[in-house]
Design a protein around this ligand. Structure first.
Ligand code: 13P
Length: 230
């Protein structure tokens, strides 16, 4: 079945960089998987006419009003985004986002018919205390267990940008614990130090529905290879 392969550019790139990334990526890209690119928001509109599905990287939990620096779900939609990441560990950390705020963001996106990609994942301390499952379950507590079309990205915080990847059985255990919270079929992605050397192992040995890729996605050829091998 076709997988979702998402590039998260984070706060990287420039207009020229993205222009040449798209050219190189589309020239290499042969995968039947669904590709999504989470660009920094100023570039969404600029590249909305390209042959790519775009995602925002975050959204406000409010509709509109005096929230200087924030972007509403409606604005992201206007700029061409079809998806939006929420709850990324970097946003949780730097912007001090709580599970309550993230649930409000989820609702804002749903209201505008944008598809949320809800990121969850445990810090190293929790993994070392063998409390990952409880931690993930808690991050999902506010999401209705009957929710349709959920996409959850499991990104252990200690694997992001570190080159570390969990054991296959740890990934599968986390995925199972996420799936069993919900009554409807959901998509669960894995993210954290994925590259073209480890993608086959992660993708073939688990039942993940896709991947969320940070650093390795900035290289268009590497990202196309990951999408092909996934
Ligand atoms: P890396 O692939 O750089 O580890 O980042 C993962 C991530 O945070 C994607 O959202």
């Amino acid at each position: 079945m076709s997988k979702l392969v998402i590039a998260n550019f984070k706060m990287n790139g420039s207009k020229d960089f993205i222009e040449s990334w798209i050219k190189d990526f589309l020239a290499e890209q042969e995968s039947a998987n669904s590709i999504i690119v989470a660009l920094p928001s100023p570039y969404l509109q600029t590249f909305s006419d390209r042959d790519l599905t775009l995602s925002g990287q975050n959204v406000s939990n409010e509709d509109s009003g005096a929230f200087t620096s924030q972007l509403s779900a409606g604005m992201l939609k206007d700029c061409g985004a079809k998806y939006c990441l929420i709850g990324h560990s970097e946003a949780r950390h730097f912007l001090m986002e709580t599970n309550e705020i993230i649930k409000q963001k989820f609702d804002q996106l749903k209201k505008e018919s944008l598809q949320p990609i809800l990121c969850i994942g445990e810090p190293l301390k929790i993994k070392e205390a063998s409390k990952t499952t409880d931690y993930l379950t808690k991050q999902l507590d506010l999401i209705d267990s009957d929710q349709e079309n959920l996409i959850i990205a499991y990104e252990p915080i200690w694997t992001i940008g570190t080159g570390l990847v969990p054991e296959i059985k740890e990934i599968q255990l986390a995925i199972d614990s996420i799936r069993c919270k919900f009554h409807k079929p959901i998509k669960v992605l894995y993210g954290g130090s994925v590259n073209s050397s480890n993608v086959i192992r992660i993708s073939d040995k688990t039942d993940i529905d896709g991947l969320l890729i940070g650093g390795a996605s900035l290289n268009p050829k590497e990202f196309a290879k990951i999408a092909q091998l996934c």
